[in-house]
Design a protein around this ligand. Structure first.
Ligand SMILES: [Fe+2]
Ligand SMILES: [Fe+2]
Length: 273
């Protein structure tokens, strides 16, 4: 059994600026502290994009400072709110692909986790939030898959590649999902994908793959199935994900760390008749 943590959409802002009254840095720090207290045995932490709210260098520096002493190995990913040039200037020690994208492979026994960079750009037009996997990034995926025979592969992407029934988010999903699904259709070793971007807990099955999405550590997307607005936000309890890779199963839990309580004693047996 392997255990990893998944935190997504931390949206850090500089100068103490908030998002619908929430402090993104304080929220992120709460999530990090809670996850470390409860899951010190986690083998890895993946932070799944929208590291920053505006892509500014000082926001990336806040990310770097916040994770500097964290004892669990961390893989960072990019989202639509991030900027690749400012990321690389803040994290020059992190290796990018030969095409200059932030894509990473994590091996955990017979499981391979492939983290893809779905940030569309440069250029980065304002209010452009769709995702993209250009031919170079898809080539990297295909190269990795050449050495995944006999393994079980999970993909991690900031943008979901399919519609999820929330019109406001469906219009800013991965724009070339057909290209991705053409690859996954040829590789049955890919079993599951994980996404962020939506700021909600969602799971299901599409194109032969299971999928799981996690809440933000800060602001959440409301249940708005009739709205075309991708910017809707509510202060519902925040969460992070806990993913277990068992011999037979990939298991995704979410932990609402702001309202989670530790067990304090027997419950069922203590109920009155
Ligand atoms: Fe986000
Ligand atoms: Fe996003």
């Amino acid at each position: 059994m392997h255990k990893i943590l998944a935190i997504t959409d931390i949206h850090l802002r500089s100068a103490g600026r908030k998002i619908i009254g929430l402090d993104p840095l304080a929220q992120f720090q709460k999530a990090l502290a809670h996850a470390l207290e409860i899951h010190p045995d986690a083998q890895h932490l993946i932070i799944m994009g929208d590291l920053t709210h505006s892509g500014h260098p000082e926001e990336f520096q806040m990310v770097k400072d916040a994770i500097a002493q964290y004892p669990i190995p961390i893989t960072l990913m990019l989202g639509n709110h991030d900027r690749r040039d400012n990321f690389t200037s803040t994290f020059p020690e992190i290796t990018m692909t030969s095409s200059g994208h932030l894509q990473t492979r994590i091996d955990l026994g017979d499981d391979v986790l492939l983290c893809l960079d779905t940030l569309d750009g440069p250029p980065y037009p304002q209010y452009h939030h769709v995702g993209n996997l250009c031919p170079e990034r898809l080539d990297w995926l295909c190269e990795q898959l050449k050495t995944c025979a006999g393994k079980r592969v999970s993909l991690f992407m900031h943008h979901p590649p399919h519609n999820i029934g929330l019109p406001g988010m469906d219009c800013i999903k991965l724009k070339n999902s057909d290209d991705l699904f053409a690859i996954t259709a040829k590789h049955p070793e890919i079993r599951h994908f994980f996404a962020g971007h939506v700021h909600r807990t969602i799971s299901g099955h599409t194109h032969g793959l299971g999928f799981s999405m996690f809440k933000s550590t800060c602001h959440q997307m409301p249940m708005a199935m009739e709205s075309n607005d991708p910017s809707l936000s509510v202060a519902e309890p925040a969460a992070y994900g806990i993913i277990l890779f068992d011999t037979h199963s990939i298991i995704a839990h979410t932990e609402d760390f702001e309202i989670a309580q530790q067990a304090s004693g027997p419950a069922l047996d203590a109920l009155p008749d």
